[in-house]
Design a protein around this ligand. Sequence first.
Ligand code: ADP
Ligand code: MG
Length: 321
Amino acid sequence: MEFRLIERIRERTAQARGDVRLGIGDDAAVLAVPAGQELAVAIDTLIEGVHFPRGTAPADIGWKALAVNLSDLAAMGAVPAWALLALTLPTADAEFVDGLAEGFAQLAQAHGVALVGGDTTRGPLGLSVAVHGFVPPGQALTRAGARVGDAVLVTGTLGDAAGGLRLAQGALSFDRLQPAHAFLRGRLDRPTPRVQAGLALRGYASACIDISDGLLADLGHVCAASGVGAELDADALPLSSALRASFGDALSREFALSGGDDYELCITVAAANVAAAIATLGAIGCEASCIGRIVEGSGVQVRDAEGVILAPARSGWNHFP
Ligand code: ADP
Ligand code: MG
């Protein structure tokens, strides 16, 4: 049974890569690391009811499990190469596994990522994906390089996934504003990892993180690692028209600051490089907005148009509050 499921996954995720000497099927994969490159590795786990709502389509689960990991590689400025998938299923549901493998493969193929192994066990639905990518020596983007005076940039729009989650939880009827709601739900279920943006930012970013737990929490990690503080302009937060139309300005802003699951990049850039960084991202079709600056001190503050400090309701997602 387990073997047949693994075979279904292998068939659906086939991706040729010359550096995979031995993929799925032996006791371990054997991989050729390119000479002169450093390996960037990351792993993330998705549990039903915690990281995706019960009833999420299998293909969306497969996509998202890889997407959140590619987002981590993007935040390091690494080129993705290989993935491992540890899958726990309540039953040997072939249809579910097919859907999951197809969603995974769609994103994997878009980035030339080969699934080279994994594990399949019985239990409550959940999956861990590990990814491996390459980065030239010393060029990985880290959380630790932000300097006082740097600008804070983010890619894309923020808060959409938090809006999508509220919709999935039944916050608003799914019929009203149908296209807007489908967009928000798509941002929750099928996040776009900013892989090309991460690579393009190698020459520009002083620090970089992907926004998985909410902007305040994740920029807070950059500040802590860099020994600096940050000031954000509430009015500069990039909000999609779908989010604002569905939830209004105040709630949209709160989602943008504290909602999780955006998988956009938050970058700090020396003031002199901001225009070039935004143009470089624009050239690969990635919108970016300047939302604040790095300051002396610690922690992240948000100011309104009059400069008054706002206190968001919640700083971000924490599994162990
Ligand atoms: P072992 O018992 O030696 O760990 P398994 O029976 O768990 O081997 O796995 C057999 C092969 O299938 C291995 O190459 C493993 O990496 C691969 N594999 C198992 N589960 C998955 C999965 N969910 N996705 C991809 N590869 C898998
Ligand atoms: Mg095993």
